[in-house]
Design a protein. Sequence first.
Length: 197
Amino acid sequence: MPAAQRRITREDIISNEAFAAQRKARRAELLPIKKLRRVAVGPYCTFYFETFATMLFQVQEMLLIEKGGEDQIKGELAAYNPLIPQGAELTATVMFEIDDPVRRERVLGELGGVEEQFFLDAGGARSGGRQEGDVERTREDGKTSSVHFIRFPLTSLQIDAFKADHGEVFVGCDHRLYSHLAKLSPETKRELMSDLR
């Protein structure tokens, strides 16, 4: 089964001791992949496109940090498996990264509903992002979360346009107070193609 269509199972999980011994090497191995899967959109927002390898590492990290043992594994798999793309989609963790706490509070307070405004454009055909899960990311007071989990379903025509050498792919946000667009580099496009069948 292609990696893009895999789900993490209990058999993929190694012990905390084994992971701790491999952690540094595995992180170094993932670094160039994660760099290609990182796309800045405007001054504060970053799309981190996920894949089986990034999610497996995240699950192992959570297990190592929280030390919840077997009882924790099921919850981590339920949380992270939905972020593994399944062949006709891309998935991303979208983060608003603002170091200054005052500015962060102000910006997030102005961006209510932003989770409905993320999009991916392949060959001129737009795919609106869909929030993963049923967790409300904007509070009643209008403040949005700094982290969003977004799925971009793609049609076969969009996938063909994505895979075309000359095809341009953009990710962006259409929120009235955060309207930004970023073009994927050829290297990032090639990396993300591995998620598409």
